[in-house]
Write a protein that binds this ligand. Structure first.
Ligand SMILES: Nc1ncnc2c1ncn2[C@@H]1O[C@H](COP(=O)(O)OP(=O)(O)O)[C@@H](O)[C@H]1O
Ligand SMILES: [Mg+2]
Length: 460
């Protein structure tokens, strides 16, 4: 056990007992005692009197003795801790009903410590009763799930191993974001004490959302938002939580550039920033069709923010048991609809109804058919765009093949009198919505995603 681990261990106990983390002097007493320094040494190093260090120490030993049910003093602190076999171990989750002699302590970092001890008293008992709250009532039930092994591995790595505090799952509607996250949860239920799934399909203020979260955790919300946020962060610090906010794009402003918060949801920005900037042991997953600045990290190594962009699922298995025939060419159908499962679902229904499931006959017509559901989706999507993006989309839809940025810029500036700044902002925003695809060859080219382009062409 390292000195840092000991300090964290003690900090958790002190926090549980007093609601406060160790201050600098308390930390010095714990670290110094562990390293067998005298009170005199510690006092001199920190420019305080020996008596003061003695008082701080004595308070700490009393608190630790009570918490651990052991008589702990300065001269037996290290040997007692070593005897208790406190070991750094993988995450251990215990629930109310588990009866054994292991005591589990969770910390702000990802590490969890455990020790074995013959006897328990009422105080030590408290530490082993970690409550589990899982509220997944609004999460979909996954019946069929194919592939996505790489994505699941990435999420495991980020969320369970690297303690990424804010993870965004991004991509167009129907690509499989919600399903992927739910699958990750189903596979890792036991890794979190608290899991709460919230859909922002019909968004609510941050105030109400936090009320909901606190209620799930059986806490009475404080009166004002600041205090509620503190309450929430106490929970995120003391428990390993996973909070999922699905369909986040609904808190952004329609008719404007991507990722701009609606004024009544601006507080969410503060929450997302706090989640990444403060120390805690929990994870928030944002699922969205649009990126916002808080989801981007300039230095992905340093900051605990990660984004996973979901692309189409190009695997024939996804059409199993759908009634479609001609399995050998299913992949062509999947490619035509860019591996988007929502599109494939609706086109499957149409092929079953109109072509009796004969994919060969459908593909022989060589048209990219836009179903009624796709039309409604694209219409809604187009209406959400800012006027500049709408102009860029209309222009892009005229080109069969990807177009160079300079060429696109010139045609837009000439024909529509669009300023260079507006053009650049619009083009960036369309990529943040996954509607425009960037292709890198000798130079950068852009095109609309193919199904969207077909919808736009049918409009013209
Ligand atoms: N990996 C998968 N395997 C099988 N079906 C999937 C998979 N991912 C998504 N689906 C199906 O595709 C549809 C759209 O997925 P969903 O997760 O709702 O997309 P999104 O959240 O990106 O809009 C759902 O009906 C879902 O059941
Ligand atoms: Mg979804």
């Amino acid at each position: 056990m390292t000195v840092n681990e000991v300090v964290k261990f003690v900090d958790q106990i002190v926090f549980d007992k007093t609601g406060k983390h160790l201050d600098d002097i308390q930390t010095a007493v714990i670290a110094g005692t562990w390293e067998r320094q005298t009170y005199d040494d510690i006092a001199q190093k920190h420019n305080v009197t020996k008596n003061h260090i003695g008082d701080v120490g004595s308070e700490l030993w009393q608190l630790l003795s009570k918490a651990l049910g052991e008589d702990i003093k300065k001269n037996n602190f290290r040997s007692t801790f070593e005897r208790l076999h406190i070991t750094s171990s993988p995450i251990i989750i215990q629930n109310k009903n588990k009866q054994n002699n292991n005591h589990t302590f969770n910390f702000s970092s990802q590490a969890t410590f455990q020790y074995n001890k013959g006897e328990q008293d009422n105080n030590t008992q408290k530490y082993k009763t970690k409550t589990i709250y899982h509220d997944l009532t609004l999460a979909p039930q996954i019946i069929k799930f194919h592939n996505r092994e790489t994505e699941l591995q990435t999420l495991t790595q980020w969320i369970l191993n690297q303690n990424t505090r804010l993870t965004s799952i991004l991509g167009t509607s129907g690509i499989g974001k919600t399903t992927l996250v739910k699958r990750f949860i189903d596979l890792n239920l036991d890794k979190f004490e608290i899991i709460i799934w919230k859909s922002l399909k019909y968004p609510k203020s941050l105030n109400l959302l936090i009320d909901d979260l606190l209620q799930v955790c059986k806490q009475e919300p404080e009166k004002n938002l600041d205090d509620k946020i503190k309450q929430l962060f106490n929970i995120l610090t003391n428990n390993r939580c996973l909070i999922i906010l699905d369909d986040i794009q609904n808190i952004f402003t329609p008719g404007e550039i991507a990722g701009k918060y609606q004024p009544e949801y601006q507080d969410y920005q503060t929450l997302f920033k706090l989640v990444t900037e403060t120390q805690h042991q929990s994870n928030i997953i944002l699922i969205s069709q649009e990126q916002c600045p808080e989801m981007e990290s300039l230095d992905i190594e340093l900051y605990p923010i990660k984004s996973l962009e979901i692309s189409g699922l190009y695997h024939p298995d996804i059409l199993q048991n759908t009634g479609l025939k001609n399995q050998d060419i299913w992949l062509d159908l999947i490619k035509l609809y860019t591996g988007n499962l929502m599109f494939l679902k609706t086109i499957t229904v149409l092929i079953n109804k109109n072509y009796d499931g004969e994919v060969v006959e459908f593909l022989a017509e060589n048209t990219l058919h836009i179903t009624q559901q796709m039309q409604s989706y694209f219409q809604e999507t187009f209406n959400r765009l800012s006027p500049i993006e709408q102009q860029i989309v209309l222009q892009l839809s005229k080109f069969e093949t990807p177009i160079y940025r300079e060429e696109l810029r010139e045609t837009l500036i000439e024909t529509l009198n669009l300023s260079s700044v507006n053009f650049n902002n619009g083009l960036q925003s369309l990529q943040q919505r996954y509607l425009v695809v960037k292709i890198k060859e000798d130079k950068v080219m852009f095109s609309l995603s193919s199904v969207f382009r077909e919808y736009m062409r049918n409009l013209n």
